[in-house]
Design a protein around this ligand. Structure first.
Ligand SMILES: *Cc1c(COP(=O)(O)O)cnc(C)c1O
Length: 391
């Protein structure tokens, strides 16, 4: 058998810290490595595979569309693209009614920044401490974590940071040059922290009063992850710009920016070669239909509550706090999380960090209750530090 790990390591430009396995197959919430080991996947491509790996509905849509048309520039109309745009607007907060399609979360943030600046003819954007919006230079400028930005400066000017959930600080940061406020509703990379309802209501009112655009980044929280189609629904928020990506197309690369009437389009001055390509559009239509048909938002909400109660049924002194909304779960430890992630992987569960001490779970929303129980048991066993593993 070929050693793909060494092969890739020989050629790959070393950007990603690596885990020591070669993943080759996936089905629903299970993935396999090249040695045939099986894992319950609570990473799911960082919250991409919401409807499971290799979802049959998405496979069928991709197969059919691949025979029809794979690429089509944004300067032409396209049948599947039109249908996807209609569908996206139909499931989104009622404030947004126009769609720009791109290929990733960071691209949706880049577009949002440009749309806000163009539309408002102002440059300042207020973001939150611990917020994460992506790795490209504009999105990185909107991202808080200094470690991600160090050595890549100078970044894009005009971004200011205020503590999440502190409305007075936000109020103080606003001035005549403020074009927009950009927030996640549950900060994913930042440690799975939800904003408070009061904070969001105040921010939304401030935006309306001062003619500032409210940009909500639902790249991670979107598509049923938090127990609603979009986390905006938990807080009755009506954004002017909604950025989505990760779970949108069953694993194919795609992002989208949804805009309200307040946002003016810079016609002829923004675009993307691959944005809205028909193959990804067909996959996204199938993915969203699957979410609606199976009421994945409700499933996510119920399964998240189940996993949480299972975890909380043990009083584990190493856990500081469990934060959970749907199947977006952060278990904050009183110690470093990395050794626990490695132990979990050895024992057949893939989980993520969110910072140094938070164990983050973003499983497919189609995961079974039995698998959730296994995940909980293995986490608990690992945190007790006893040899309870069954594998
Ligand atoms: C992942 C993520 C992004 C960046 O998305 P990419 O597709 O990796 O560029 C932006 N915002 C949030 C909240 C994310 O979780």
């Amino acid at each position: 058998m070929k050693n793909f790990k060494d092969l890739q390591a020989q050629y790959e430009f070393d950007v990603y810290p690596k885990r020591d396995i070669v993943l080759t197959h996936g089905k629903n919430s299970t993935v396999w490595d090249d040695r045939g080991n099986e894992y319950i996947d609570c990473i799911a491509g960082h919250g991409v595979a919401n409807i499971g790996h290799c979802n049959p509905a998405v496979i069928a849509a991709i197969e059919a569309q691949a025979k029809k048309l794979i690429t089509c520039p944004g300067t032409f109309y396209n049948d599947v693209r039109a249908q996807l745009m209609e569908k996206l607007v139909s499931i989104s907060p009622e404030s947004v009614n126009k769609v720009f399609l791109c290929n990733s979360g960071a691209e949706s943030i880049e577009a949002a920044i440009k749309f806000a600046r163009f539309s408002q003819q102002k440059h300042k954007i207020i973001c939150a401490n611990r917020g994460f919006h992506g790795r490209t230079l504009g999105a990185l400028s909107a991202t808080f974590q200094p470690a991600y930005k160090k050595d890549f400066e100078p970044l894009v000017p005009g971004f200011e940071f205020v503590p999440f959930n502190r409305f007075e600080k936000m109020l103080n940061a606003i001035d005549e040059e403020t074009a927009a406020i950009m927030l996640e509703l549950v900060q994913g990379e930042g440690g799975v922290h939800s904003g408070s309802n009061d904070f969001f209501q105040n921010v939304q009112a401030l935006c309306r009063e001062r003619d500032i655009l409210l940009i909500i980044d639902e790249v991670q929280t979107g598509f049923c992850r938090t127990g609603k189609m979009f986390a905006c629904e938990h807080f009755n928020l009506l954004p002017d710009i909604l950025c989505v990506a990760k779970g949108i197309a069953g694993g194919l690369p795609m992002g989208a920016v949804l805009c309200s009437d307040k946002v003016q389009p810079p016609t002829g001055r923004h675009g993307s070669t691959f944005g809205g390509n028909p193959l990804a559009c067909a996959a996204a239509i199938a993915a969203i239909d699957f979410m609606l048909e199976h009421d994945l938002a409700l499933m996510s909400s119920e399964k998240g509550a189940h996993l949480r109660s299972r975890l909380e049924s043990h009083d584990i002194s190493r856990i500081r706090e469990i934060r959970q909304m749907g199947l977006m779960i952060g278990i904050e430890l009183k110690e470093k999380v990395k050794p626990h992630l490695m132990t979990l992987m050895k024992n057949g569960v893939l989980a993520l960090p969110a910072g140094a001490t938070v164990l983050r779970l973003l499983p497919p929303l189609t995961i079974s209750y039995e698998e959730l129980d296994t995940v909980a048991d293995k986490i608990i066993a690992g945190l007790y530090g006893v040899g309870l593993y069954q594998k």
